[in-house]
Design a protein around this ligand. Structure first.
Ligand SMILES: Nc1ncnc2c1ncn2[C@@H]1O[C@H](COP(=O)(O)OP(=O)(O)OP(=O)(O)O)[C@@H](O)[C@H]1O
Ligand SMILES: [Mg+2]
Length: 348
């Protein structure tokens, strides 16, 4: 009759008073009292017990729940909440209150999960960071130590060691400036300076800036056939230069000796798609989902020590997304890789 899930002060008071009334009536009839007296006495008792139990149960539950509510809202109770606690809450069944508390617990659980994920992320980030700093710093220390210990007397070793120490210093500086960049991008502090410009010109600029590296691997760089017609885009030119430099640098680093790098530029609905394609080693499918993560490098990037710190693509993603656009990758090991990103077409 009364489901335990819907127990309320009202139902408890009704049951208790009915039971007491019935018992009282049976008892008084057994004691030989007239039925009129039994009826009057039973009714008075029933009403008394009903109101007493209802009042006491409500008071008890209210005092307990008020504590829970104050705790789960973790605030001093505001006027609105005070009204709720005084007037609305006592009307709710225990099941409804239970439901609300469960909802609250669910919310807290999700919050905890997010916090735990962030914590794991932070730990991993710090681990990566200290590892990335340690490698060049220890290398510099090693070269300098050897030089101080006497190697500086031998010109051929001295020059090589100084050059190596210099290279590692450069690596440290690059790492610091990449980190600085990524922090600014993540905190949204970096303002974008939009302008219209011809994306083809910027791509040629980037090919030219990387000419030495391109030539050292005898790579051919060009704009894809059919994509030669100049297209104007609306973006932060210097930031997009940075994106292109990293993509082309990657295409050189992970591309083949005497290979080919092609830039494709396509108009899409309201946007322009820019693709940088190489015919290099490619990226295994299992690595593709993580390729834009900070510090992520494939085993090849690590073992050959040709890769940098693995921040380049994370920076590219931030820059492209700060423009409200997206970047993606397609790749097949042994065949090559294509990175593509979109930009707004020029603003009139
Ligand atoms: N064109 C590509 N072909 C094959 N692998 C690539 C290519 N581009 C990137 N990768 C892989 O993705 C990883 C991450 O690239 P990313 O540009 O973020 O870092 P990086 O080039 O190693 O260092 P950084 O750019 O910070 O100097 C690289 O280490 C490499 O393993
Ligand atoms: Mg890179």
């Amino acid at each position: 009759m009364f489901e335990s899930g819907h127990t309320s002060p009202l139902s408890i008071a009704t049951i208790t008073s009915l039971i007491s009334g019935v018992f009282f009536s049976l008892f008084s009839l057994a004691m030989g009292l007239s039925w009129e007296l039994t009826l009057i006495g039973g009714s008075i008792l029933l009403l008394l017990i009903f109101f007493l139990v209802k009042y006491l149960v409500e008071k008890f539950i209210h005092s307990k729940i008020k504590l829970i509510y104050k705790f789960i809202h973790q605030t001093k109770v505001s006027k609105r909440e005070e009204f709720f606690l005084k007037n609305v809450l006592p009307q709710q069944s225990i099941a409804e209150v239970g439901e609300e508390v469960l909802q609250w617990a669910d919310q807290r659980k999700t919050e905890m999960e997010v916090l735990e994920r962030n914590e794991a992320f932070r730990k991993e980030f710090l681990q990566n960071l200290s590892h990335e700093f340690k490698t060049p710093a220890f290398a510099i220390q090693g070269y300098l130590e050897t030089l101080i210990a006497g190697a500086s007397e031998r010109p051929e070793i001295r020059t090589r060691f100084l050059e190596n120490a210099f290279k590692n210093t450069e690596r440290l500086i690059n790492l610091i400036s990449d980190l600085d960049e990524i922090t600014k991008l993540e905190s949204g502090k970096l303002a974008l300076h939009y302008q219209n410009f011809i994306i083809h010109d910027l791509i040629f600029d980037v090919f030219e800036a990387l000419q030495l590296k391109i030539e050292s691997k005898h790579i051919r760089c060009n704009i894809k056939k059919g994509c030669e017609q100049p297209i104007s885009v609306y973006a932060d030119k210097e930031k997009i230069r940075q994106v292109l430099i990293n993509l082309v640098e990657n295409a050189i680093k992970y591309g083949n000796q005497e290979g080919k790098i092609e830039a494709g530029i396509y108009r899409t609905d309201g946007n322009v798609l820019i693709e940088i394609t190489d015919d290099g080693i490619g990226i295994a499918e299992e690595h593709l989902p993580r390729i834009f993560e900070r510090f992520f490098r494939t085993d090849y990037g690590r073992s050959r020590n040709i890769g940098g710190s693995g921040l380049g693509l994370a920076i590219c993603k931030h820059i492209v997304e700060a423009h409200g656009q997206f970047i993606q990758v397609r790749s097949k090991p042994g065949v090559g890789t294509t990175f593509g990103f979109t930009l707004n077409k020029n603003k009139e």
